[in-house]
Design a protein around this ligand. Structure first.
Ligand code: FE2
Length: 198
């Protein structure tokens, strides 16, 4: 298979005022597209061409850094567009909410820890909720890494690269993360990934 850039699942201005049209034009149309285009060039002729994206991400980690960076970011962004939605941040579907409370203490604590992971990620990277050994955990990773290469399955992730928030929030990464949790997160998509992960 080769990588393809899907359309956003909503209009470029659908996440305003929390993420601007300009941010999504740059983030999806330029940054994500670059990961797809560069990933395809790097994949061509390797023995990973023809594998699934998840297999490519896992197999290139630690063996082909350039391919991993682009494949990892393609995987991360494919999901990221679905982790966002207009009027997001509402109630968490029951099964997932129950498991979050069981493993992370409370919904409030889980949200705080998730935001803190994003705030404390030094430089570019991602903050995550992931399923590891049957439990939901909060993780942070650098650059294009994700829970897949750390023995876990991602169910929610937020991009903390500056390209994700700098147009709208400048250096205020904590405000971007709070807006993500309060107004943008698509918990239904996280719940769908959770039910596949267990
Ligand atoms: Fe990004």
């Amino acid at each position: 298979m080769s990588f393809t850039l899907p359309d956003l699942p909503y209009a470029h201005d659908a996440l305003q005022p929390y993420l601007s049209r300009e941010t999504l034009e740059y983030h999806h149309d330029k940054h994500h597209k670059a990961y797809v285009d560069n990933g395809n060039k790097l994949l061509e002729g390797t023995d990973l061409a023809g594998k699934s994206l998840e297999e490519i991400v896992k197999a290139s980690f630690g063996t082909n850094q350039a391919l991993f960076n682009n494949a990892g970011q393609h995987y991360n962004h494919l999901h990221f567009w679905h982790w966002l939605k207009p009027n997001g941040g509402g109630a968490i579907p029951g099964e997932l909410e129950k498991k979050i409370i069981e493993d992370l203490g409370s919904v409030e604590k889980a949200k705080e820890d998730f935001i803190q992971a994003g705030v404390s990620q030094f430089g570019s990277g991602w903050a995550w909720l992931a399923v590891k050994d049957g439990k939901i955990v909060v993780l942070k990773t650098q650059n294009g890494e994700n829970p897949l290469v750390h023995g876990a399955t991602p169910i929610l992730g937020v991009d903390v690269w500056e390209h994700s928030y700098y147009i709208d929030y400048r250096n205020r990464r904590p405000d971007y993360l709070k807006a993500f949790v309060d107004h943008l997160v698509n918990w239904e998509y996280a719940a769908e990934l959770y039910s596949k992960a267990i």
